[in-house]
Design a protein around this ligand. Structure first.
Ligand code: PGA
Length: 241
């Protein structure tokens, strides 16, 4: 795993956009949340993604009405896909048979030839996508029950934690690991312990992001605050500082 330290969230967004430009993904996997939003602003400003880029969601809530502003499909449409005219592919969270919808999403990703570059954030509990601690590294797209930590963290996007959906569909850890390149962005001290565990903790389902350690092409773009609990510095070089 390559670790690139940057000065602040704006520098993280610029550097992640550079990595995307350099790679020119035809299929771009996208995460939502506070962390990647500045990156999407940069990508829209630069307008360098090819018009035939397909954008694939990492995860999506179950139970929000179609068109709800916090549906990840809506967020990605608003922040990235619509301004750039890109196609969005997402799991069908409105399907009656959600398990079949998960299988169909795996097929859709495979039919696209897989994700070329996946953008990820990381949860305070080390989750990637909605793969909470304890999720098997062999997991593919599946329905999850969100942990109280994740629902509390996401309450800021809703009218309180009670309004946060209880379930979601997420790409599994094995699905995420199939992406050819992964760019994980972590900013702020709330992520420092999860980042330290990902970089140097044990590789175990208790620590979902640790599943990325032996992936052939992962770049962690982190600001100083997110790296404060790391004890080793051997992989690091300084980015924009
Ligand atoms: P955040 O979420 O960017 O809103 O902190 C990250 C995540 O949970 O993956």
């Amino acid at each position: 795993m390559q670790v690139i330290e940057v000065a602040d969230p704006a520098a993280a967004a610029d550097l992640a956009a550079d990595l995307i430009d350099e790679y020119s993904p035809r299929v771009l996997g996208v995460a939502t949340g506070a962390t990647p939003s500045p990156l999407y602003r940069v990508l829209v400003d630069r307008h360098r993604l090819a018009a035939d880029t397909t954008v694939c969601l990492l995860d999506e809530y179950i139970g929000l009405p179609v068109g709800h502003g916090q549906r990840y499909r809506q967020i990605i449409a608003r922040q990235l896909a619509t301004p750039l005219g890109l196609t969005v592919v997402a799991p069908d969270v409105d399907a009656l048979d959600l398990s079949a919808a998960c299988g169909s999403y795996e097929t859709a990703l495979a039919d696209l030839g897989g994700v070329d570059l996946q953008i990820l954030g990381i949860g305070r509990n080390g989750h990637i996508g909605f793969n909470e601690p304890g999720t098997s590294f062999d997991s593919v797209t599946h329905v999850v029950e969100l942990t109280s930590t994740t629902r509390a963290d996401n309450a800021r996007f809703f009218d309180g934690a009670a309004s946060v959906p209880r379930h979601a569909i997420t790409q599994g850890i094995a699905t995420i690991r199939r992406a050819k390149r992964i760019v994980l962005i972590a900013v702020g001290d709330a992520k420092a312990s999860a980042v330290a565990a990902m970089i140097e903790g044990s590789i175990s389902p208790a620590n979902p992001a640790s599943a990325l350690r032996d992936h052939a092409d992962v770049v962690l773009v982190a600001d100083r605050e997110a790296l404060t609990q790391r004890t080793t510095h051997r992989h690091t070089h300084s980015g924009a500082a």
